[in-house]
Design a binder for this molecule. Structure first.
Ligand code: GLA
Length: 388
């Protein structure tokens, strides 16, 4: 009887341990007082219609920044950072349940691929072979197609890092999945450092020539209780942007931002020029364009800085990518109700999607997005959080 009882307890403990695994990984450098630790915990978030289980991980750094990521779409479901008073708030848009994420969602928090942004007419050619992709945005292809990387189940594992906590997500995209050639092996690593940075590293290899352009589609609002992001101040490290056609495909021109509403070289509120009479703004119903970042493609450089005067929150974006799509949430219309019953109205969140230029597979003058067998795709973007 006693043995039976002990075995049962042991089993219960083991089950508990697999369900909710907590690892305390690293100690705060000896400041004397309280010992603060980083941690990663895992929980079940829900079940997909095909019966597969979705997990959600919580990453915490030594300064109390907390990020939740689920294995479906690699979606960041929440990101809590302190304001200037030290009060924590969730600065990304999202939902409370998996079911909500399975409805038609505009890519909240997700990893985007195989090709982030648009490919004109859903077609491109590599070595004389034409590939046809889903036309899921009018006649264009958007964000990897009908079932892009935002809608697949990623395999997660914790990774050891020196100065924080990290989660590795892996996905194998089959040859011709969504029309793209080559078996693509992708690893995205989210690292939350104790310097209050979220580092996103994207790596991929292929067994056949293909195109790749990976990005992260979080919608930020540094003032979570505010209606919209129009009074937040944005700076973009870009002297030029890519004008687009009516269907948001770049025309090929690199246009200087000087004298246009697209000039964010000096920090200004998102709302300052957004209502100007401007053909480009009318095509996007606001900002939905790719800026050409100053500095070298492939080297880490400052891309953007977002500041919310009410909370004091600052988010800087650094990247090895040559471009950044700044999307001011123009398709949000109040029809989605998110976390804590908040209605996501017009421009209630903004995206800063670091990436290669849209439609690069059809525009030979743009930096290439071609990945060959034997090469490694490897880009990094850093979101750094602070207050002022
Ligand atoms: C990107 C696109 C936008 C829009 C959003 C999702 O940012 O550039 O046009 O499709 O994704 O709604």
């Amino acid at each position: 009887m006693k043995t039976y009882y002990l075995t049962a307890v042991l089993f219960a403990l083991l089950a508990c341990n697999t369900k909710q695994k907590k690892q305390e990984e690293q100690k705060e450098p000896a400041t004397g007082e309280k010992e603060v630790r980083t941690s990663v915990t895992r929980e079940k978030f829900g079940t997909l219609p095909d019966g597969k289980e979705v997990e959600r991980y919580t990453l915490t750094n030594t300064n109390g920044i907390e990020m939740k990521v689920m294995t479906y779409g690699g979606i960041i479901t929440s990101l809590k950072t302190p304001d200037k008073e030290g009060k924590t708030g969730d600065i990304v848009l999202g939902f409370d349940t998996l079911e909500d994420y399975l409805q038609k969602v505009p890519y909240f928090g997700a990893i985007i691929g195989r090709y982030g942004n648009r490919i004109a007419n859903g077609k491109f050619t590599l070595d004389d072979t034409e590939y046809t992709l889903a036309q899921n945005d009018g006649k264009n292809h958007l964000h990897g197609g009908n079932k892009g990387f935002d809608k697949v189940l990623w395999k997660a594992s914790e990774a050891k890092v020196d100065n924080g906590t990290a989660l590795k997500l892996r996905y194998k995209s089959k040859d011709m999945e969504e029309g793209y050639p080559g078996n693509l092996d992708i690893t995205v690593t989210y690292t939350l450092t104790n310097n209050d940075e979220l580092k996103v590293n994207y790596r991929a290899t292929t067994d056949k020539k293909t195109v790749v352009n990976l990005t992260q589609h979080s919608y930020f609002n540094l003032a979570p209780d505010s209606e919209n992001i129009l009074s937040q101040e944005l700076q973009l490290n870009a002297d030029a942007f890519l004008p687009v056609s009516k269907t948001l495909i770049p025309t090929g021109e690199l246009k200087k931002v000087g004298g246009t509403p697209f000039d964010f070289r000096q920090s200004k509120t998102v709302g300052k020029d957004i209502e100007q009479q401007d053909e480009q703004l009318s095509y996007g119903n606001g900002y939905d364009h790719c800026w050409v970042l100053n500095g070298e493609n492939g080297s880490m450089k400052k891309a953007a800085s977002l500041y919310d005067p009410s909370s004091g929150r600052v988010m800087e974006v650094l990247t090895t990518e040559p471009g950044i799509q700044f999307y001011s949430g123009n398709f949000l219309d109040g029809s989605l109700t998110g976390k804590g019953n908040k209605k996501y109205g017009f421009r209630s969140g903004l995206c800063l999607e670091t990436q290669h230029y849209p439609d690069a597979p059809n525009q030979p003058d743009f930096p290439t997005t071609v990945l060959n067998p034997g090469e490694e795709y490897n880009t990094t973007t850093v979101f750094k959080f602070s207050v002022k």
